[in-house]
Write a protein that binds this ligand. Structure first.
Ligand SMILES: *Cc1c(COP(=O)(O)O)cnc(C)c1O
Length: 475
């Protein structure tokens, strides 16, 4: 029984092979180990770099065969063993356990799992809801789950209306289009964000004007917004980066004083609040994403929330090809097809029920990282806000002197240890469509040093320890 897609044939050697053959086999997989097979294909030993090094030094010669250097009594388990038996067997010393069939031939290797930065947390309720869509035939954008998801999501955010969309980017475009942004207009977006924030402005024909972020929040700096306002400015799009709300009190005050719309990009911050108000209920509109790595997911999916009834009505029409609600197949305006399917919403309804526990898990993971890495010089955490209001979508650290490695070197060490990580977004100004000579020193600073660590709600305490051990000990 194979558990992984690992190809073990490429790391197999024979006892009479030369050391060079063992070295090449070891180099063909990240495990750092080769399997030694007898003529009948049964496992008679394993060999690592360390085994070879020790034997060469002991015998003072390189003229050795694999049989001379191999560990002839490695820990192995039956391929039919249960997961928890394997997990118990594994330890600091025994990282990789060859799994053998009845005849003693290796079929796979049990090892530490590759830890992703993010992964969805799906269960029976998601399965049952999707099953219901398929069984009922309601798989397109009509259907009860779509209506329920919109109603429940609006309630969750404390906003009056919620309009579901096909993804977070279409949610942003829909809101900006409904607010009337068009060519000649400008919208101010942070220089440090995912590209979709700026692209949504570009789709309307308006220009995305970049404003630097603040080092204290990594979010758009209100003073920079003020500097970027012109006669053409129509909207401000603050992004709640990695789950930390932007300074909405000041953003709203600036917008009111200058008669500008505010569209929150809340794609990374479902459930976060500022001054007692949930994101999604503060700006004229707010946009969410339900991509597979976001706080809750519908696979692909998005939502716009608003308290403005007229805006909600416009968005519903534009989402549906601009079709007149009173006259089927009559189109007053050029609209889009940005509808969410009932299958997506079926996932969303189930996910929304567990959102608070998913956020609590992420915050618990952050605490474990903080306590495990406190005192590691040069490693600091993304700010969490004055009253710790971040929902901590992704735990993100700054890697800086006097830490011994650069951010990219640390990412490489993590990868060698089967741990995924992700550099912070490049500033939008680095992308050819938005390139300019203007400098965004704070966005550059954070982007060059920021590293996102695994924050999956499925992460175990032991896995967080494993990740932190790599960060603490890498040199
Ligand atoms: C994910 C994300 C989006 C886009 O959402 P999609 O559902 O992937 O289209 C927009 N803005 C930010 C800040 C995001 O993180």
């Amino acid at each position: 029984m194979k558990r992984t897609t690992r190809d073990i044939t490429k790391i197999c050697v024979r006892p009479d092979d030369e050391l060079l053959a063992a070295f090449s086999a070891i180099g063909r997989d990240v495990l750092g180990m080769a399997l030694v097979l007898a003529d009948d294909g049964t496992l008679i030993g394993v060999v690592t770099d360390g085994d070879i090094r020790r034997k060469v030094i002991e015998r003072k010669t390189l003229d050795l065969k694999v049989r001379d250097v191999m560990n002839a009594s490695p820990t192995t388990m039956k391929a039919t063993s249960k997961d928890d038996e394997l997990i118990r067997k594994r330890s600091h010393k025994i990282k990789h356990i060859p799994l053998l069939d009845e005849a003693g031939k290796p079929v796979d290797i049990f090892t530490e799992r590759f830890i992703p930065v993010a992964e969805p947390s799906l269960g029976d309720e998601e399965m049952m809801n999707v099953f219901e869509c398929v069984a009922s035939g309601w798989i397109s954008s009509g259907g009860q789950f779509v209506r329920d998801f919109e109603e429940l999501f609006a309630k969750y955010c404390g906003s009056k209306f919620a309009i579901s969309t096909s993804n977070g980017t279409t949610a942003l475009h829909l809101a900006l289009a409904a607010l009337g942004l068009t060519s000649g207009d400008e919208a101010i977006v942070p220089a440090l964000t995912f590209i979709a924030t700026a692209n949504a402005v570009t789709y309307t024909g308006a220009r995305a004007v970049l404003a630097d972020v603040s080092r204290e929040t990594w979010n758009i700096d209100p003073a920079e917004i003020e500097r970027k306002i012109t006669r053409r400015t129509k909207a401000i799009i603050p992004v709640h980066l990695y789950g930390l709300p932007a300074d909405m009190d000041r953003v709203m005050e600036i917008a009111r004083r200058n008669s500008l719309f505010v569209v929150e990009d809340a794609a990374e911050a479902h459930g976060a609040s500022v001054s007692g108000r949930k994101v999604g209920s503060i700006g004229d509109a707010a946009c969410f994403s339900f991509y597979g790595n976001k706080i809750i997911t519908t696979g692909e999916g998005g939502m716009v929330t608003t308290d403005n009834e007229e805006l909600a009505r416009k968005m519903r029409i534009l989402r549906d090809h601009g079709m007149n609600p009173e006259r089927r197949y009559f189109h007053d305006v050029v609209g889009f097809n940005y509808r969410m399917t009932n299958i997506q919403a079926a996932l969303g309804v189930a996910q929304l029920r567990k959102i608070d526990s998913l956020i609590a898990k992420k915050q618990r993971i952050l605490k474990r990282y903080e306590s495990n890495l406190s005192g590691v010089a040069g490693i600091s955490f993304m700010p969490r806000g004055k009253s710790k209001e971040s929902v901590c979508w992704l735990v993100t650290i700054l890697v800086d002197a006097p830490y011994r490695l650069s951010r990219d070197q640390l990412a490489e060490k993590l990868r060698e240890g089967e741990v995924d990580s992700r550099p912070v977004f490049l500033p939008v100004s680095e992308m050819p469509p938005y390139a300019s000579d203007e400098k965004f020193p704070n966005a550059d600073f954070v982007s060059a040093r920021g590293l996102t660590l695994p924050t999956s709600p499925n992460l175990s305490d032991a896995e967080v320890e494993r990740i932190c051990a790599i960060i603490r000990t890498s040199t």
